[in-house]
Design a binder for this molecule. Structure first.
Ligand code: HDE
Length: 719
């Protein structure tokens, strides 16, 4: 069998605009496409104008139904290579041959918003990878959060209807900050863990390239001798895991709604290929309950401190799509697309997904032949007795379409090495019960909260205050605090409750079994992510005439070789003349860009330049926003005066109840951009943000309500 790479295979379907003159879909040459065929210059249009009718009809039918979830996405091609043969775990060919380069297509997405919604909304991100292996297609359809909202797929329509825009007015778009979502959360404790991850900085990634990925469910690996093990899949980004500030994320949604897809596209375009390592957590079948929770429960994660993640291979995304619709929109993932060596478990969420993905493609892609679309085609020849259907592309030359047959000499023959379901023993009576091993909904959320660093915990608190602050019904806010959050972390409940007018009622023993958790799991905190590179970080350098040229060139020469992107921002797109007569070409002007689109800001020296910049309100805002969003800032030649003018008054006065952080954290200052400046600035950039600079606004204590008093009188139920 000759296997070609997916790129070569796709090339056969690529049509280029220079390939020939303009024609109709039937290949008839078109000499004129700007005027319809009319009865005279000013007469009515004639029905016989087949070109007009074809052109308009094709336009009318350009859209296909968007995905009911994960509608907004961005994708890229790439490769996967395993580091070493994994024969002790799996017989999958692509996981056994380090020399084999498996083509992949990855699609990242938000869950809630429509196709045209903004990228930086608070949400879970989809992380789906299609491996075009030489044993058929394998899809790993995961998320950037290791747990899911619900334990059983039968609740999926409920949770999605709750989080999607409300049914009467279709408001709000791409937001969970509304009544129906939090109503559901308040009544369904199993949603707590995933909801807290969404409210953490994981819900607003800095970049799709800086997210972890998780298979979420426990899967099975099957070795050649038939032995099986349980596995949790991970994707570890080589650039580390980094988030945005919430205020910044909201502003980006307006300034550049395509922020994440543009970032992915630009990085690949520049040759800064995003990379992730595939990770396995391997568990023996007998240990399915050994860690204090049930590995079939998708609302639980397996702490890395209990079972380390083995890094087994490398995913590299190195090619942008040619045609967004044909590739990113029409790609069809399905959890049931597995190859021999990978199998399912009885996780009831996974089991429902095994039905859903094929079913959804029938509506979205119009029929059962979607696997024949170029992006979905396997590299392996497909042969079976499936017939016909809408959009059949194959011309099947055969006289018999059934098995067994003699007329086609029994062809296609069965594949003796093909997929065999693991003969896992299954017993039980028919029931709609939830297993008792699934019932502890608070221990792991508590572990998650306890594992966060102080700034991350502050962000979580602020996010919950924001989301619940937008809930209009007081009873929902009250239930989230007193039926959910108080069982996770009474102090968190108190901190959030204070901001939304809810008093925590009679904090009692937390309603959790205390199992299924390490006391805390440092791997869950983004603080412990690698901070060893400034590659692809975007640095805005603010310049105008008279800028100290040597500062600008020193920045470019030091940062660009390490992979950072230096953007020169000026008052207009006209050339800027430096203090020694050097000419600089601005990348963007203050009119069209903003500090939220960069990772760091530097103001070089130059007396005339610093003076001119200090008179521009837009520059003040640039610096103030970068400071508020805790980004590294660099000031040379006295330009730090621009920051001083922007610091809030309470930075210099003693404000009761507020811990004043060091406003100069992550800020580098010097006369000129010299080696010390550059070293300190790069250290700050490597750390991503100086989160400790953030000072939350004080919130007054909550007034006691009748509801909380009544709640205190109730005995607290223990689950
Ligand atoms: Fe999905 N999900 N899902 N999901 N999901 C879809 O399939 C569904 C779940 C995930 O980039 C849909 O082709 C059910 C968990 C990703 O094209 C649909 C349940 C996880 C993507 C569907 C889940 C995911 C989808 C919509 C509960 C993380 C985007 C369009 C039983 C492990 C793939 C489509 C892409 C897409 C159903 C739960 C991830 C409707 C019923 C858990 C990344 O079939």
């Amino acid at each position: 069998m000759s296997l070609t790479t997916k790129t070569e295979e796709l090339e056969a379907s690529v049509v280029r605009s220079g390939d020939g003159p303009m024609t109709t879909d039937q290949g008839i040459g078109i000499p004129h496409t700007d005027d319809s065929l009319k009865a005279g210059q000013r007469g009515s249009t004639l029905l016989e104008d087949f070109h007009l009718r074809e052109k308009i009809t094709r336009f009318d039918h350009e859209r296909i139904p968007e995905r009911v979830v994960h509608a907004r996405g961005a994708g890229a091609h790439g490769t996967f290579q395993v580091y070493r043969p994994l024969a002790e775990y799996t017989r999958a060919g692509f996981l056994n041959d380090p020399a084999r380069v498996t083509p992949v297509f990855a699609r990242f997405s938000t869950v809630v918003g429509s196709r045209g919604s903004a990228d930086t909304v608070r949400d879970t991100r989809g992380f789906a990878v299609k491996f075009y292996t030489d044993e058929g297609n394998y899809d790993l359809v995961g998320n950037n959060i290791p747990v899911f909202f619900i334990q059983d797929g039968i609740k999926f329509p409920d949770v999605i209807h709750a989080v999607k825009p409300e049914p009467h007015n279709e408001i709000p778009q791409a937001q969970s900050a509304h009544d129906t979502f939090w109503d559901f959360v308040s009544l369904q404790p199993e949603t707590t863990h995933h909801t807290l991850w969404n409210m953490s900085d994981r819900g607003i990634p800095r970049s799709l390239r800086m997210m972890e990925g998780f298979g979420v469910h426990t899967f099975r690996l099957v070795a050649a001798d038939g032995s099986t093990r349980l596995v949790k899949f991970h994707w570890k980004p080589l650039l580390g895991v980094h988030g945005l500030a919430w205020d910044e994320a909201q502003e980006i949604a307006g300034r550049d709604p395509d922020f994440h897809r543009r970032d992915l596209w630009d990085a690949i375009d520049r040759g800064a290929f995003p990379q992730w390592e595939l990770g396995f957590q391997i568990v023996e079948e007998a240990d399915v309950l050994a860690y204090g929770f049930d590995l079939l429960d998708a609302t639980k994660l397996l702490p890395e401190e209990l079972v380390p993640v083995q890094r087994v291979g490398l995913l590299t995304l190195d090619r942008n799509p040619v045609d967004y619709f044909a590739e990113v929109e029409q790609v069809a993932f399905h959890v049931a697309h597995v190859v021999p060596g990978i199998d399912f478990t009885e996780d009831p969420l996974l089991q429902a997904r095994l039905f859903s993905y094929l079913d959804t493609q029938l509506t979205r892609l119009g029929g059962p032949n979607f696997h024949q679309l170029p992006i979905n085609r396997t590299l392996v020849p497909v042969s079976n007795h499936q017939q016909d259907g809408i959009h059949q592309h194959m011309i099947k030359d055969r006289r018999a379409d059934y098995h067994p047959n003699t007329i086609e000499q029994g062809c296609p023959a069965l594949s003796p090495d093909g997929f065999v379901h693991v003969p896992a023993p299954l017993t039980g009576y028919k029931t709609r019960e939830r297993s008792e091993t699934f019932l502890d909904h608070f221990s792991q959320p508590a572990m998650f909260v306890e594992s966060l660093s102080d700034p991350e915990r502050d962000h979580l608190t602020e996010a919950l205050r924001f989301e619940l602050g937008k809930v209009t019904r007081a009873d929902i806010r009250e239930r989230v605090i007193n039926d959910i959050l108080v069982h996770v972390d009474p102090i968190l409940a108190e901190d959030v409750g204070r901001a939304i007018g809810v008093e925590v009622a009679a904090p009692s023993e937390p309603r959790r079994a205390g199992t299924g958790r390490a006391p805390m799991s440092p791997a869950l905190s983004m603080v412990n992510t690698p901070h060893d590179s400034i590659a692809t970080r975007k640095v805005a350098v603010l310049i105008t005439h008279g800028v100290h040229s040597a500062d600008v060139t020193a920045l470019q020469e030091a940062l660009e070789p390490s992979g950072a992107v230096v953007a020169l921002i000026a008052g207009s797109l006209s050339h800027v003349v430096g203090d020694d007569g050097s000419i600089f070409v601005p990348t963007a002007s203050f009119l069209t860009t903003s500090s939220v689109l960069y990772d760091a800001v530097v103001v070089p020296g130059g007396a005339d330049s610093v003076d001119a910049l200090s008179h521009l309100a837009v520059v003040g805002q640039f610096v103030r926003d970068a400071w508020r969003h805790c980004k590294p800032l660099g000031f040379a030649g006295g330009s730090a005066s621009l920051l001083v003018a922007q610091l809030p008054a309470r930075m210099s006065i003693d404000h009761p109840g507020v811990a004043i952080q060091d406003p100069w954290l992550g800020v580098v200052e010097s006369d000129v951009v010299d080696d010390t400046f550059l070293a300190q600035f790069q250290d700050a950039l490597r750390l991503h943000r100086a989160w400790a600079r953030q000072v939350p606004d004080p919130i007054p204590p909550v007034a006691r309500t009748r509801a909380t008093a009544a709640k205190e009188a109730e005995p607290m139920a223990n689950a």
